[in-house]
Ligand binder design. Structure first.
Ligand code: BV8
Length: 235
């Protein structure tokens, strides 16, 4: 395997599955229990903000109780020990990569432990339940805050920085994502176009599996630490 110098890693809900956080499209996934149009779109929030707050309050409690698993820790170790550049681009809205010690992370779909104020545009840490009466801690407007997550139909965060990183990378690793949600699902094609080696680490083949040079299937807590060991031990 060649010596890589610039790694971009995309992660999805499968990375946090073994920490007890639900995935979306697996057999008992979140979107089998909730209609995403009602709880993960601006229109759904406008129609019934209480329903959306209840949905995210339950997930926020789960995120706070969850612990990083061996895959999160392996990614933090890669970031520390790899003698090149690494960028973690996560679709997940938990903070398990940070809690495992990773630092260079882009939360392209936002963060559940942050609030976004629709009045002043302020973003700040928010770890408690949120409601239609919650007050923005910056402008003190009541009822103006929403979870700082990217809903369907909204532009993911830091897309320019992500595209630049994909153009410059020589290794693209996709972990725990079904490859169904765009623009994230299109990143592997960008990396391939940039000449990167592409690797899928997932429980089962994703929708984009044919675009990966290398695919390893199994639970993240087993295949991610093993793959990262090979990367770090490569001479
Ligand atoms: C955009 C955040 C444009 C909140 C999420 C019609 C109208 C509007 C838009 C569209 C449309 N048609 C298509 C679109 C685009 C749309 C889209 O892609 N829709 C899909 C459904 C077709 N995308 C968007 O709307 C995006 N925005 O396009 O904006 C725009 C342009 C200009 C100006 C303004 C706007 C925004 C998408 C972001 C939506 N937000 N979530 C929240 O989390 O509640 S999406 C949601 O899906 C999560 O973020 C999640 O991370 C993401 C992707 O899912 P995965 O992470 O892949 O999870 P999934 O369950 O699917 O798969 C898990 C995988 O893990 C599986 O493969 C499984 O095998 C594996 N696994 C399970 N266990 C393990 C495991 N692997 C390893 N180990 C295990 N133990």
């Amino acid at each position: 395997m060649p010596q890589f110098k610039n790694i971009v890693i995309l992660t999805g809900a499968g990375l946090s599955a073994e920490s007890g956080l639900g995935t979306f499209r697996d057999v008992d996934g979140i979107w089998t229990k909730y209609d995403l149009n009602e709880v993960a779109t601006p229109e759904g929030f406008a129609a019934n903000p209480k329903k959306v707050h209840d949905f995210y309050n339950a997930r926020r409690r789960g995120v706070k109780a969850a612990k990083p698993n061996a895959a999160h820790h392996a990614l933090a170790k890669l970031e520390k020990e790899f003698d090149g550049k690494t960028l973690l681009v996560t679709q997940n809205i938990d903070r398990l990569l940070e809690r495992a010690g990773a630092e260079n992370i882009i939360h392209m779909h936002g963060e559940l432990l942050k609030a976004l104020c629709r009045t002043c545009g302020g973003r700040h840490i928010w770890e408690d339940d949120m409601s239609t009466e919650s007050q923005c801690i910056e402008c003190y407007d009541n009822g103006s805050v929403r979870p700082d997550v990217v809903w369907f139909g909204e532009m993911p965060y830091e897309m320019e920085r992500i595209m630049e990183a994909l153009e410059a990378c020589d290794l693209f690793i996709s972990i725990g994502t079904s490859g169904t949600v765009y623009p994230a699902a299109g990143f592997v094609a960008e990396a391939l176009h940039a000449g990167a080696h592409t690797v899928e680490l997932n429980l089962e083949p994703s929708e984009g599996v044919s675009l990966f040079n290398e695919t390893i299937h199994g639970p993240a807590t087993e295949i991610v630490p093993a793959y990262i060991e090979t990367l770090l031990n490569k001479k």
